[in-house]
Design a protein around this ligand. Sequence first.
Ligand SMILES: [Zn+2]
Length: 418
Amino acid sequence: MWDPVTQTLPRGDIEALQQRRLEHLGERIWETPLPFWRRKLEAGGFAPGDVLGLEDLARVPVTVKDELRRSEAEHPPFGDYRGAPLKDCIRVGSTGGTSGVPTFALWTRADLDDDETAAARMFWRQGLRPGFVLANAHPLGVYGGGRSLTSALEAFGCLVLAVGSLDTEAELRGAIDLWRRCPPLAYQIFPATYVKVYEAAVELGLDPAGDLNLHPPVEHPDGAERTITGGTEGFAFLGSACPEGGGAHAAEDRCIVEVLGDDGLPVPDGEMGLFTITTINRDNFVLRYNVEDYVVVNPEHGCPCGETHRRVRWQGRRKDRVFVGDEWFLPGRVARVIFADEAFRTPTMEYQVVRRRENDRLHVRVEMDSSRFGAAAPAAVRLAAALEASLGVPASVDVVGRGTLPRPPYKPERVVDE
Ligand SMILES: [Zn+2]
């Protein structure tokens, strides 16, 4: 473990630490003052100066993204929910705006330290070690997570060959030249970018595996479920996948995790609910923020790896729910069925679940290389049958050629509305 003392704290000590940090957060809200959060405490029946503790936390009304968006519109550009004044912030990032107007994330130096500490646990669990040479091909701008990833890896002690999103031919060739001269041990790369680099390298007469140490990124659908969030919103470092399986250990020394039903009440461990977090070790914190992702807390306490922090399994985003009739499910279930078929996951898995007004059946669009895996029509019938058997709803499938679906430089949207 990166930090064995913290990662194996007895439950009682974790809760005592959470209580202390939460009380301090409450004091800051009253004393600074922080208008947005002060209104939340007052709406929960707290009076100025009241102590905010673990037992009373559930009285604070939950906050959702739309409220942050509104706060930013009313108090531009950064809203009135920031825990730190702008002069203390040194980095700005933004969600990609895939679910409406993007909101900004702000970090102070202490916030970056907090992220980097949690990230170090993640890197260690992934088998990375200080001293490694790594490549980072994630977008580096305000709208991408690449910059935070690079600085976290540098803080961990790695040398990072960061190249950004490789939008032009010159950028692509420059990156390949860099990686050929100094082959990284591992890549942080999205599948769409991997394919782009792979094809360009072959065109240049290189062997991607031998010359660049470039291998296909792991994209098994179970991989997503082992993380703690969809990876957006700057919350990727709240916890990270345990190599033993069973979910991602939340960084409970820095974050209080609640899982709530649509009625706002807690759901038992083992049942799916909405991931709601309170970050207790940051200047720019959130208090009972509903990420609007579905998660399950692993009901088995104690992990074979020895960590004492609870394990959380990410299930999908609420906005990606797919309705067939009155029933809904998350696209991860569709992804598992597609992944089981080699023809649809080679060399990468490119698919969309298409939501239409008529929701009497599930619609899926998926890419396949017909020159390798045969005609599209029988493949479509095969996948539709597999989807119907697994999900229990009628399904129709369009099999399209490789390169048909969008290839954004970040994670593609898997659920589209038509
Ligand atoms: Zn574990």
